[in-house]
Design a protein around this ligand. Structure first.
Ligand SMILES: [Zn+2]
Length: 413
């Protein structure tokens, strides 16, 4: 009987966010998956938050269904942003922030762009878990939230760009000085419900050191705690030494490309792919960072070219690309520029859609429930105003975002 309790809790949680009843989206062109042919003039039927049918124009819509006319629109599966930070107000102290402020921020930051799942890969201890609990209780409206909770920094390796923030907030340090300390914290966070771990394999500390690598035994121990529970490890590589630590410690997902080390040699790309690592390109971040640092145009262009080459060669070698923007660290939540840069690097719209849907669902163990539009899957959908097959920036023109059969965002008229 003991095993029933978590199942019941899970079922109750799902029913709080799911739309009860039958919903029919009628008339759109539906892409069931990035590699599937579209279904023209389709009807997508949803019952109690789950997709029950996706068919062409002849379907009889049940009498009790609420009909949404989406003629001329395009429907794809709900998007994942696998690199965000729930770090800014009102997410700080999410347990006690007003529900309306949280719902409003989540819509403005994520669901207005079609994100029905976000992976927070470092925030202040407990905030993302508290926010998730409030969303799952139905108190706050928002996307599915996965989180690594607090990150792991090498000793003396608090990154230069968060140093002042962490000090001003008086949070305990995220640096770990030895294996025991690292294992103890990883255990505590994962047991409290974190969905993975994030380590700064190379931490940007500036000054004469530049990038400080994490000691391999510490990285290995943190990754091991996640893997013991079947959960992923993310790494911030920063440079070649950081990449090597990430490879050697068994990291699953690189949170960024490494624009400052130039193009990746084939052997490096092959090594990343053969270790079954996933990559988040974060190309638009280069533009934002370079702007903030007032780097010369020429250097910025060189870094963007290097990161684009890294992305393209990794994808061509069969590597798994995940969409992520690092928003919450940057103030840019609109993913448009990232779509543009990924396309300019040579990824076609299907590859970009896969990075938003099927790839993260598979990587994070949710392929049976999310990432595609098919009977039996969660009704997480994005209704687009245009067709990404014609123009990739259509991914950014969202008419409606649907999570578990509930419309949680609608474009203003
Ligand atoms: Zn980040």
């Amino acid at each position: 009987m003991r095993t029933l309790v978590p199942l019941l809790v899970a079922a109750m949680a799902a029913s709080n966010i799911a739309h009860a009843g039958t919903l029919a989206f009628v008339g759109a062109k539906v892409y069931p998956a990035p590699d599937a042919a579209p279904v023209e003039h389709a009807t997508v039927l949803i019952r109690d938050g789950v997709i029950t049918a996706v068919v062409g124009r002849d379907l009889r819509v049940p009498k009790d269904a609420t009909v949404m006319n989406v003629d001329g629109k395009v429907i794809v599966a709900g998007f994942w942003n696998s690199h965000v930070h729930l770090l800014q107000p009102p997410y700080r102290g999410a347990a006690t922030q007003p529900a309306a402020a949280l719902s409003e921020a989540l819509e403005s930051n994520f669901t207005q762009w079609g994100f029905t799942t976000v992976f927070d890969i470092a925030s202040l201890p407990g905030d993302a878990l508290a926010l998730r609990a409030r969303i799952e209780r139905g108190e706050v409206t928002g996307p599915q939230i996965l989180t690594v909770d607090a990150p792991f920094f090498p000793e003396g390796g608090t990154p230069i760009y968060v140093h002042d923030l962490l000090e001003s907030l008086k949070v305990p340090t995220f640096e770990v000085k030895d294996v025991d300390e690292a294992v103890a914290r990883a255990t505590r966070q994962l047991d409290a419900g974190a969905d993975g771990v994030k380590l700064f394999a190379g931490a940007i500390v500036g000054g004469p050191i530049g990038v400080l690598p994490m000691k391999l035994p510490i990285a290995h121990a943190v990754v091991g705690e996640a893997h013991k529970r079947g959960k992923p490890a993310f790494a911030h590589p920063s440079n070649l030494a950081g990449l090597q630590i990430a490879i050697d410690s068994g990291v699953d997902v690189l949170a960024h490309t490494t624009p400052n080390i130039g193009p990746w040699p084939d052997a490096l790309t092959q090594s990343l792919v053969s270790h079954r690592m996933a990559l988040m390109p974060t190309l638009a971040l280069i533009e934002q960072e370079a702007g903030a640092d007032q780097l010369p145009e020429e250097l910025k262009a060189k870094m963007l070219a290097a990161a684009s080459q890294q992305l393209k060669s990794f994808a061509d070698a069969g590597g798994q690309v995940l969409f992520g923007t690092d928003c919450g660290y940057t103030a840019v939540y609109d993913p448009l520029l990232e779509y543009r840069y990924m396309a300019a690097a040579g990824l076609d719209w299907r590859a970009i859609l896969a990075s938003l849907t099927t790839a993260p669902s598979a990587r994070f163990g949710q392929a049976a429930r999310k990432g595609r539009i098919a009977a039996g899957l969660d009704a997480d959908l994005v209704v687009l105003q245009g067709d990404p097959a014609q123009d990739v920036t259509a991914l950014d023109r969202v008419e409606m975002t649907v999570r578990a059969g509930r419309v949680i965002h609608r474009a203003p008229r």
